[in-house]
Design a protein around this ligand. Sequence first.
Ligand code: 5GP
Ligand code: ZN
Length: 113
Amino acid sequence: MDCIFCQIVAGELPAERLYEDDDTLAFPDLRPRAPHHLLVIPKRHVDSLASTNDDDWAVVAACLHTVQRVARDRGLDTAGYRVVSNIGSDGGQTVNHLHWHVLGGRLMTWPPG
Ligand code: 5GP
Ligand code: ZN
């Protein structure tokens, strides 16, 4: 298995498991870009949103539910936060396992670089 996020799911690579359920896992980004920077992933490997199939939509919804939960747990609801899923090379995706960045704790700029 050469996917680092699959290795994190399997416990073969260390990560602080901030929240997990049967389908999803949330953990801190190794190189945080904001005071709060978490990643939310499906436990089952999917490359990106571009390669989801009909069987994946329930787990996509479960991931977004986990995004909402971890952001709320961190008290980000009031000030707000940003949710990003980078897709492919133009999207800036560097780990080819579907994930959402949850960024908060500072004012985000727009447009992104
Ligand atoms: P992408 O660039 O694909 O949108 O996001 C991948 C993210 O995964 C990056 O923000 C990067 O810092 C993070 N990352 C890469 N390797 C690891 C790792 O081994 N552990 C954790 N927690 N995050 C990682
Ligand atoms: Zn994977």
